[in-house]
Design a protein around this ligand. Structure first.
Ligand SMILES: *Cc1c(COP(=O)(O)O)cnc(C)c1O
Length: 386
């Protein structure tokens, strides 16, 4: 068969045919117990191989251009299982300094218990990764675009660095989604996702995924069956339903984000916009070369005088919300959420000011998003500096 287009893959790949009743959508198989005599596969939910898990994995693998994939109960279940499959006592991980907070916590809180060493890079340039490599480095992990400043890491250069040293490479591709970025094509070995974000897309599912070669997935499976981070089949089914519109949603969100970033960039009450699709972004050219679209996440800073908390409260359509990537636009203050455990000085050092707001752009009509921001800016008062 000819290579399928994105929306056809999202809609059809990994469907389970309803042979019994000829229904249009995949049946949901909730059995936690399956026949074991004379069967090809011994199925069990925690083995990640119930019919719904197995078939949805196919869709994810095709979207990420890999041989195989696994679905997990959360993004953190995916990342922790992947890390523990490739790192054991005495091994060393090189990991990007700007990273999802939960991943940072996992590394700092759990690695010492397992005797696994790690180094956070000093920056996101390939030289920073090179400098952090040790003789016992077994894995390099990156995140691009990163949260919340949307820095861009050179995926191909990292993949080449890993290959030249015999080190496996992995990426958190949550922010871009396979709609905007396919790291496997640039040489990365393993791609993970918080499926809670764009895969789910409606802020009502918690899930995760890893896509890679059959060999690597088998290694992850061997650890995964022990850690037990599988997803319930009811949620797997909901995830399949959500993913049918992944291409449509993320493309619409990406289009909105680019328009909004350009508009905010010109607004006198916004002092800075962070978005890889702006020509002023330091890695604009790199983003253009490795991404299919610039994604739907952006950050911006209000001018010093304005109260950023009041601004968020004045928004009527755009919700302030911890998570991201739903069809609805949401906004948050990194200094009060993901980076609240850092001191003011530490935040300053990584470029996160109290005026910084992270925006997850939804599918709403762009004029309504602009109008909401306009009316909120109009009524937002000067910060009192009390
Ligand atoms: C949310 C998120 C995770 C963690 O995923 P959960 O589903 O919350 O466990 C990992 N990486 C990134 C970039 C995320 O945004």
């Amino acid at each position: 068969m000819k290579k399928l287009g994105l929306n056809t893959i999202c809609t059809h790949v990994g469907e389970i045919k309803d042979e019994q009743f000829k229904g249009a959508v995949s049946p949901m198989y909730l059995s936690s117990s399956y026949e074991f005599i004379d069967v090809d596969v011994k199925r069990y939910p925690r083995y990640f191989n119930t019919p719904n898990q197995e078939y949805l994995s196919k869709k994810i693998a095709v979207l990420e251009h890999t041989e195989d994939a696994m679905i997990f109960g959360s993004g953190m279940a995916a990342i922790s299982t992947m890390f523990l499959a490739f790192l054991q006592k005495g091994d060393h991980l090189v990991v990007q300094n700007t990273l999802y907070g939960g991943t940072v916590n996992f590394i700092k809180e759990e690695f010492p218990k397992y005797g696994i060493e790690y180094t956070f890079t000093n920056g996101y340039k390939v030289e920073d990764f090179k400098a952090a490599i040790q003789a016992n480095t077994k894995l390099i992990h990156i995140e691009t675009p990163s949260n919340p400043l949307l820095t861009i890491t050179d995926i191909k250069a990292i993949a080449e660095l890993g290959k030249s040293k015999g080190i496996v490479t992995s990426i958190d591709n949550t922010f871009a989604s396979p709609v905007n970025q396919n790291p496997i094509d640039l040489g990365i070995d393993m791609v993970m996702h918080s499926a809670t974000k764009y895969f789910g897309g409606h802020s009502d599912i918690c899930a995760g995924a890893v896509a890679s070669s059959k060999e690597h997935i088998e290694r992850i499976w061997n650890v995964g069956k022990n850690l037990g981070g599988s997803l319930s089949d009811m949620t797997v089914w909901m995830l399949e339903r959500s993913m049918k519109t992944l291409g449509l949603r993320v493309k619409a969100q990406t289009k909105n984000a680019l328009k909004l970033a350009k508009w905010l960039d010109k607004h006198p009450k916004i002092s800075k916009v962070y978005y890889p699709g702006l020509k002023s972004h330091p890695e604009y050219q790199l983003a253009k070369s490795q991404m299919k679209g610039f994604g739907a996440m952006l950050s911006f800073e209000l001018v010093e005088e304005l109260d950023s908390q009041q601004f968020q409260q004045e928004l009527k359509l755009i919700k302030s919300s911890m998570s991201l990537a739903g069809v609805e636009s949401t906004i948050l203050s990194p200094h009060l959420t993901s980076h609240s455990l850092l001191t003011q000085e530490e935040r300053h050092a990584v470029g996160i000011s109290n005026q910084l707001l992270r925006f997850s752009v939804g599918i709403e009509d762009i004029k309504d998003l602009k109008n909401d921001i306009k009316q909120a800016l109009k009524v937002t008062k000067q910060a009192s500096f009390a």
